[in-house]
Design a protein around this ligand. Sequence first.
Ligand code: NAD
Length: 433
Amino acid sequence: MNISIIGSGHVGLVTGACFAELGNKVVCVDNDEKKIRSLKRGKVPFYEPGLEELVRANYEQGRLSFTTSIREGIRDAEVVFICVGTPSLPSGEADLSAIEKVSREIGKNLNGYKVIVEKSTVPVKTGERVEKILKGTAKEGINFDVASNPEFLREGSAIKDFMHPDRVIIGVNSRKASSILLELYEPLNAPILITDIKSAELIKHASNAFLALKISFINAVANICDLAGADIKKVAKGIGLDKRIGESFLNAGIGYGGSCFPKDVSAFIHIAKELGYTFHLLEEVEKINRGQRVRVIEDLESFLGNLEGKTIGLLGLSFKPFTDDIRESPAIDLVNLLRERKAIIRAHDPVAIPNFSRIFPNLSYFEDPYKIAEGAHALVIVTDWPEYRYLNLKKLKNLMAYPLIVDGRNLLDPQRMKETGFYYSSIGRGKIR
Ligand code: NAD
């Protein structure tokens, strides 16, 4: 099938490369000329395991191509996926300006029947807006269908998630669109749920909100564990063994971040309010999440007192491991909170330093985690990169001015920390003083 992808970022490029790998002919469009130039040279401008190889292979075999022109990109396409960003406006509302802009551009250049698919995460009823724009811009007599096909891939395991999804959601209001999308997704052999467009849009927001809720729930329970002297890892295990609850997303820590959960939770709260429902539950989810960042600072202060002039090393800058994406990363909040307290900040990350240093050019960055430990008063584990689990604790301790680790991801073993002579604080597993 001929496919066009508008917006060749984390979702668009993975979608394009995977559909090409499945034998389709895909044109990926982006208005970022630098990105398109780099893709044509076989370079993926962000870190996603396996993606560069997949892009290169499909580009070389002629199934994947790149352009900055929507007109050219959609000319032969039967299906057009809109994969542009939908960031938060200051009000928390989703910014749909990119969706609207590309919809107008698609409408103006429609040259025959196509299915226009929202793959970006959008508030319920965005499909209606897209359809109205397309109707207003397309030439008389040209037919199209709008569909919603939200994406559930996770950065860091995006290709695997795309190729082996738990489910594919197809929101359509027409049989024709439904059969085209069913044919396209058939090779994945995944469970497919066909719904109307509004339900599909809601499924995505509700899924992300529910996962964020699980994280905030376990973080709230972790805070009670600290007060009561219980162990959150055991509590989470005990809760998760109940099949109705499940074990995933019950890892207590510094709170969720990334390009999806924070913006999707606030967009969901906002659209619910617009429709006449105040989503107090999700407001509390956000509040608990913000509190987890502050909690880590309070932990530091409980050991070190005033943080002014103290050297704090951050282990991890990306919002999660195996990505260099730092959007809404907890590390950003920590840097701001530490700066307010006039601490000296050092930072390490295996891949995210270039992105982070664009926002904070004046921090001290180190390629070697042991370097940030030299003379430091504390290390904070911010991202659960596996390599932090295997740090040589003896070596670290000898390098530090004060042997304190605040483990924002519960990565290390408290018993081992005690034996090695560290001061140690984690989330919901007490403190070692
Ligand atoms: P991204 O910022 O990585 O990519 C968006 C791309 O769209 C960029 O390359 C940008 O240059 C391009 N773009 C913007 N305006 C354009 C225009 N007018 N014409 C052509 N291209 C344009 O964003 P992303 O992470 O891929 O997210 C895209 C959408 O998918 C969002 O709605 C997001 O919530 C959703 N989503 C993201 C993930 C994820 O893990 N990143 C997972 C599921 C869903």
